[in-house]
Design a protein around this ligand. Structure first.
Ligand code: F0G
Length: 344
């Protein structure tokens, strides 16, 4: 029987003894070797494909714990601000738990698959004329005013759940990788990986990547109008700013920026040459490794084994896929025509 994260790791998570287990059997995602990427990078690279979670992103790891705790506390409703994936996951786990869900997303700026998920799972979906940072500020206030549980990654139980990805990586490799490359938006996930690695007594180099137009951690100041094709990480003022920077420093790693063009190149290359279809924001981790090379630490040999986190599934964002992929070839119902279409 496949087990969800709470069943596998309950003693290391933040739940209370009486809390129910709200699960979709998330986690246990594949760690996929990529010889092609390894060759380009000059080290063994493995892809932690978080798109294989039940709602197609890593958010499910945090949501199983946050929604279980919310239900255990007697909450009747959950709310989040989101660039899309948190919304989809929040909506699914709320449905599973029999709670009401509300999600606030930046109008016109979330991938269509994520919107479909949130709506199908029955959440109330509010499109805000503002960006993610505005939405987060508003839901923080709403959750103070009303009896509704905030399940963004400012909720400590989200980080607890998400740290299990580090546990899985270490279990599967038998040790921590030398480095971990990861896209960074609101900075919850990198914070969670670091906690997970630290709880196991390990400390891989953390190598975070933001999109150039939404890179507050790189520039050192909030970005008022973040812009990037990678809508999931279009965030100008990350909630977990200090913790993420502390993690980069403690791990002797760093955070760097990648351009939209580098993100899209990596996104297409992963799909067409590696066989892994992730969403654009996820490809930032690979784009970063390709653009900036392996992280270096004074006097230490370069990393030999790197895990790249691919945070969400490519099917989330069909619009970007169609805009970047080759066209379909239309064809008459005729052998010769099909022959030409296939072989010419
Ligand atoms: N990759 C994807 C696919 C994401 O959806 C997110 C964040 C990140 C990376 C960055 O993770 O915020 O923990 O640094 N998505 C959030 C959302 C903001 O609302 O779905 P982070």
């Amino acid at each position: 029987m496949p087990a969800g994260l709470i069943e596998r790791y309950r003693d290391r998570l933040s739940l209370e003894p009486g809390d129910p287990v709200v699960t979709l059997n998330e986690g246990s995602t594949p760690l996929i070797p990529s010889p092609a990427l390894s060759e380009r990078v000059g080290a063994e690279v493995l892809l932690k494909f978080e798109g294989a979670n039940p709602t197609g992103s890593f958010k499910d790891r945090g949501m199983t714990v946050a929604v279980s705790r919310a239900k255990g506390r007697g909450a009747e409703a959950v709310i989040c601000a989101s660039t899309g994936n948190t919304a989809a996951s929040c909506a699914a786990y709320a449905a599973r738990a029999g709670l009401r869900g509300a999600v606030i997303v930046p109008e016109g700026k979330i991938a269509i698959g994520k919107l479909a998920q949130a709506l199908m799972h029955g959440a109330r979906v509010v499109a805000l004329r503002g960006n993610f940072d505005d939405a987060l500020r508003i839901v923080r206030e709403l959750s103070q005013k009303h009896p509704i549980e905030l399940v963004n990654s400012v909720n400590p139980h989200r980080i607890e759940g998400q740290k299990t990805a580090a546990f899985e990586v270490v279990e599967e490799l038998g040790e921590a990788p030398d480095a971990l490359a990861i896209p960074v938006g609101n900075a919850g996930n990198v914070t969670a990986y670091w906690r997970g690695f630290q709880e196991l007594g390990t400390a891989p180099i953390l190598y975070g990547f933001q999109a150039e137009g939404a890179a507050p951690l790189v520039s050192g100041q909030p970005v008022a109008h973040p812009e990037t094709i990678a809508s999931a990480i279009r965030i100008g003022n990350p909630a977990r700013w200090e913790e993420a920077m502390a993690a980069f420093t403690a791990s002797r790693g760093r955070v760097a920026a990648v351009s939209d063009e580098q993100i899209i190149d990596a996104y297409q290359w992963l799909a067409s040459c590696v066989g892994v279809f992730c969403e654009p924001a996820s490809a930032a981790s690979v784009a970063g490794l390709l653009a900036h090379g392996l992280p270096t630490v004074d006097h230490a040999p370069p990393p030999q084994r790197v895990v790249c986190v691919l945070t969400g599934h490519g099917l989330k964002d069909p619009d970007t896929a169609f805009a970047k992929a080759p066209s379909v070839i239309n064809c008459e119902n005729d052998l010769a025509d099909v022959e030409r279409a296939v072989f010419d």
